[in-house]
Write a protein that binds this ligand. Structure first.
Ligand code: PAF
Length: 274
């Protein structure tokens, strides 16, 4: 694995032949990331991972400063899976303030997580577009755990005619169901024991929908109430259309249940497709 911290270095080494896959990350890698690297290897000749904690997608007061930076460990985990790692400094990515930014439409980026983290998807879209320009991949992979992020990126790519195929990787879970996330490391032992209940509660919601329930609002409210009763502070539990995350009508069938909730000071997100 070759490690690059400059755009020029990465571009010089990238090569022009064969299919190139990009897996953007913010580091602190876990099995979910590694699954994406493996999936990338199956579809491309060259696999390029990036590690960059992108200040633009964090709001003031969020965890930008304390976001775990574990570069040495990450390199060890990546070594056998990728050909190149691009890990730029902030000065390399943003040598001057990023005055041009990608503003996803509020209907996609102002709902759900975007409602609770205003500007978050602007920061994500902007850095992902920059990474696409820098790496020029043929295909890019993103985890489905960040379901709304994946939708925003797919739509951005479509509307800007970006020649990158987008692949969503399945969420990887711990044996008890908790979706793997870099933020799980913030949980205390007691919170870690409680955390899989988010998955369990969402599973109950999709089982009810699969069994034919169309009382979607009631299912959302019941899940929120159960989380609250267990000591969580939920931002939302929402049943939406898979394709665009808009409110489903009575006969829509392709649904996904998404949730974000705080356990102590840690905000977890998860989703399950029906
Ligand atoms: O999902 C993430 O880790 C980040 O949002 C991404 C896509 C690497 C952009 O910073």
């Amino acid at each position: 694995m070759h490690i690059h911290d400059t755009i020029a270095g990465l571009r010089g080494a990238r090569g022009r032949s064969g299919r190139v896959a990009l897996v953007p990350t913010m580091g602190n890698l876990h099995e979910g990331h590694i699954a994406l690297m493996k999936q990338a290897r199956e579809t491309a000749d060259t696999v390029i991972a990036t590690i960059f904690v992108n200040r633009l997608q964090f709001r003031p007061g969020e965890d930008f400063e304390k976001y775990p930076r574990t570069f040495e460990d990450d390199c060890e985990k990546l070594a056998t899976h990728v050909d190149h790692l691009f890990a730029p400094t902030e000065a390399e990515m943003y040598p001057q303030p990023q005055t041009y930014q990608i503003e996803p439409p509020p209907a996609q980026a102002g709902i759900l997580d975007g409602e609770f983290r205003p500007g978050h998807f602007r920061g994500v879209a902007t850095v992902v577009m920059k990474l696409f320009q820098i790496v020029q991949p043929d295909v890019a992979l993103f985890g489905k755990k960040d379901y709304q992020q994946l939708m925003v990126i797919r739509n951005m790519v479509r509307e800007f005619n970006v020649a990158v195929e987008i692949i969503g990787g399945e969420t990887v879970r711990a044996a008890d169901g908790l979706a793997l996330s870099s933020r799980n490391g913030y949980l205390s032992a007691a919170e870690r024991a409680e955390a899989p209940n988010l998955f369990r509660i969402l599973t109950k919601v999709i089982e009810a929908v699969r069994a034919g329930s169309r009382e979607l609002t009631m299912l959302e409210q019941r899940a929120m109430a159960e989380l609250q009763a267990r000591g969580w502070i939920p931002d939302y539990v929402a049943l939406r259309k898979k394709l665009d995350l808009q409110l489903p009508s009575a006969h829509d069938s392709g649904l996904v249940v998404l949730a974000a909730a705080r356990l102590g000071s840690t905000r977890l997100i998860d989703n399950l497709e029906v």
